[in-house]
Design a binder for this molecule. Structure first.
Ligand SMILES: NC(=O)c1ccc[n+]([C@@H]2O[C@H](COP(=O)([O-])OP(=O)(O)OC[C@H]3O[C@@H](n4cnc5c(N)ncnc54)[C@H](OP(=O)(O)O)[C@@H]3O)[C@@H](O)[C@H]2O)c1
Length: 230
């Protein structure tokens, strides 16, 4: 934990899936208190134990708990939505009262897959914008769309060669999330602009997945030309 990054309680909705598990693991290693959320409390607790065990194996002392999604959200000051696009709106609507006043991060990528591979769904609103509309009293920020679940889980080393792009309309919320990106890359996330730009960031993941397949690797995003920062 650095001075710039105070410890937070972070609920990971859909934390039983690979992306939620990976980000939860990284947040826990960085010293944050993590609550894994699931539609079933027992699944959440099982996943929390798995994450804590991996952290302990790697020599970290972490706090990871599990709870049902709404209860997890109520316990946190930051809530990460790591749920699939399919069923997203209904899930956010169920959570909306619990999200009021919270900082909500969306890493949800609305993608389709067909015989030609992955593609970004053409939507009037991004997933992050929809979350903001459905939960108007939350402060929604888009981030962590391009970090691969396997990379997050495989090693405790920071993914220093990658950038986390952060978009949002609330400057203070965006600043908090840019600092949380240190848990993953060891450096501040990049301010990628307004929340509406999630419409461009989310489908970019289809291009990364396509390149992963072509090159048999795990690609990420790194931005050049930015001023050097701590
Ligand atoms: N996988 C990646 O590498 C990656 C990278 C960047 C971003 N993302 C984004 O991160 C999100 C999660 O990805 P993932 O691969 O971890 O997804 P996933 O495994 O398909 O789903 C994550 C969890 O969401 C819950 N869930 C499933 N359907 C739901 C519904 N209808 N309503 C509420 N909860 C539901 C499930 O948990 P319970 O059954 O326990 O409730 C599931 O374990 C996606 O939007 C994806 O686009 C993924």
């Amino acid at each position: 934990m650095t001075d710039q990054t105070p410890s937070r309680t972070i609920a990971v909705i859909g934390g039983t899936g690979p992306q939620g598990r990976g980000l939860a693991y990284r947040f826990a290693l960085a010293g944050h208190h993590v609550v894994i959320g699931s539609r079933a409390a027992d699944r959440a607790k099982e996943k929390a134990d798995e994450i804590a065990a991996r952290a302990t194996e790697n020599g970290f002392d972490v706090t990871v708990e599990g709870d049902e999604n709404v209860a997890a959200a109520q316990r946190a000051d930051v809530v990460l939505l790591a749920i699939p696009w399919q069923g997203h709106d209904e899930a956010v609507a169920d959570l909306a009262p619990a999200l009021a006043g919270s900082l909500v991060i969306s890493c949800v990528n609305p993608l389709g897959f067909d015989a030609n591979g992955p593609y970004g769904l053409v939507l009037e609103e991004s997933a992050a914008q929809r979350a903001q509309r459905i939960a108007p009293d939350a402060r929604v920020v888009g981030a962590f769309h391009h970090v691969a679940a396997l990379s997050l889980w495989r090693t405790p080393d920071p993914l220093t060669h990658e950038d986390v792009l952060v978009c949002g309309d609330d400057a203070e919320a965006k600043d908090v999330v840019a600092e949380l990106a240190r848990s993953v890359t060891g450096k501040r996330g990049v301010d990628a602009g307004a929340l509406r730009l999630a419409r461009q960031l989310e489908p970019l993941t289809a291009v990364l997945i396509s390149m992963n397949k072509a090159y048999k690797t795990r690609t990420g995003v790194a931005i050049t030309g930015l001023p050097t920062q701590e």
